[in-house]
Design a protein around this ligand. Structure first.
Ligand SMILES: C[C@H]1O[C@H](OP(=O)(O)OP(=O)(O)OC[C@H]2O[C@@H](n3cnc4c(=O)[nH]c(N)nc43)[C@H](O)[C@@H]2O)[C@@H](O)[C@@H](O)C1=O
Length: 328
């Protein structure tokens, strides 16, 4: 039985990846941060009885700022595969908390890689790199596009990217960078723009809210469906050697178009309900991200199946179903 460690298991991607790996027969070890409130909502359906001998999901407390804990966990689990997904992942927040973002998203990666090297195990390592690393470089962006990060988050991710490459080249680690463009789902955090809008459209249609406050509607993003992207992560670690891959749909959508997709789906006029709040603007914006994932298609046989408009409908439908629960 293969064993995997996932950092960031409680997040959107962590939860879909856990489902995928359990279905493939893996034993999955997740690292979670201690909190006084429950933070395991996205994986609860997978983690029912810790005393069940059939239970193949094991959770461990740990944190990316705690190197000795990372060493003991790697030593204890001795994973065949490590998926490093944990990060302070909110771009806007990274402008307010640049040091924390650098410490977790950037240095946290160095701590994990160094833990693997210190324990000396033979494992395969997935680094959650990001299209934010391209920042100001115009689209289309591929594996050979120069980087120009425009936020503390993008800069921290770029450090992680180069650390993973360095461990591959200097220490012979099977390390992979998955340069993933935005990928969304009903499990997306509620402050990211796709989920925020899908949720608002549903609630406005149900008469629970009247307005949604947004920042820049002109930004262009390449939004794909998260469950397909975690399949791509797994494929990267099954390849013959460690390499870097872009995963994207190749489709450009503005935030405004996303608003239209969501509001049209519930039959509401978006212009009556969307208001501007400058608090959601960023000091520097990434204007346009559109990925070219032809290398992943050629090498891994991976292509995005769900396109942005269909994705918007999936997310709005999930919100409508969710908000109806418990209604009289
Ligand atoms: C690949 C990359 O993908 C994500 O980063 P992001 O693209 O910044 O995602 P977002 O959903 O926060 O913003 C998308 C766009 O939408 C604009 N926007 C307008 N109005 C609001 C607004 O009200 N809220 C937010 N959040 N954004 C807004 C905002 O200015 C930006 O242009 C993370 O997963 C990150 O971890 C990652 O790696």
């Amino acid at each position: 039985m293969k064993r995997a460690i996932i950092t960031g298991i409680t997040g959107q991607d962590g939860s879909y990846l856990t489902e995928l790996l359990l279905a493939k027969g893996y034993e999955v070890h997740g690292i979670i941060r201690r909190s006084s409130t429950f933070n395991t909502g996205r994986i609860e359906h997978l983690y029912q009885d810790p005393h069940d001998p059939e239970q193949r999901l094991v959770l461990h407390y740990g944190d990316l700022t705690d190197s000795s804990r990372l060493v003991t966990l790697i030593e204890k689990v001795r994973p065949d595969e490590v998926y490093h997904l944990a990060a302070q992942s909110h771009v806007r927040v990274s402008f307010d908390e640049p040091e924390f973002t650098g410490n977790t998203t950037g240095l946290g990666t160095a701590r994990l890689l160094e833990a693997i090297r210190m324990v000396g195990i033979d494992t395969r390592y997935y680094q959650a790199s990001s299209s934010e690393m391209f920042g100001a470089t115009p689209p289309p962006q591929s594996e050979v596009t120069p980087f120009y990060p425009r936020s503390p988050y993008g800069a921290a991710k770029l450090y992680g990217y180069w650390m993973a490459r360095n461990y591959r080249e200097a220490h012979g680690l099977f390390a992979v960078n998955g340069i993933l463009f935005n990928h969304e789902s009903p499990r997306r955090g509620e402050t990211f723009v796709t989920r925020k809008i899908a949720r608002a459209a549903a609630r406005i249609a149900q008469g629970k809210e009247e307005f949604v406050y947004l920042g820049n509607l002109d930004a262009v993003r390449d939004w794909g469906y998260a469950p397909e992207y975690v399949e791509g992560m797994w494929r990267m670690l099954q390849a013959d050697q460690g390499d870097d891959y872009v995963l994207a749909t190749g489709t450009a959508t503005t935030v405004r178009q996303w608003v239209q997709y969501c509001f049209e789906h519930v039959g509401a006029d978006w212009e009556r309900h969307v208001r501007f709040d400058e608090g959601y603007l960023r000091p520097t914006e990434v204007d346009s991200l559109i990925g070219d994932s032809s290398k992943a298609e050629k090498t891994l046989g991976w292509t995005a199946q769900t396109m942005p408009e269909q994705l918007a409908h999936i997310m709005v439908d999930a919100e409508l179903a969710e908000t109806r629960i418990g209604e009289p």
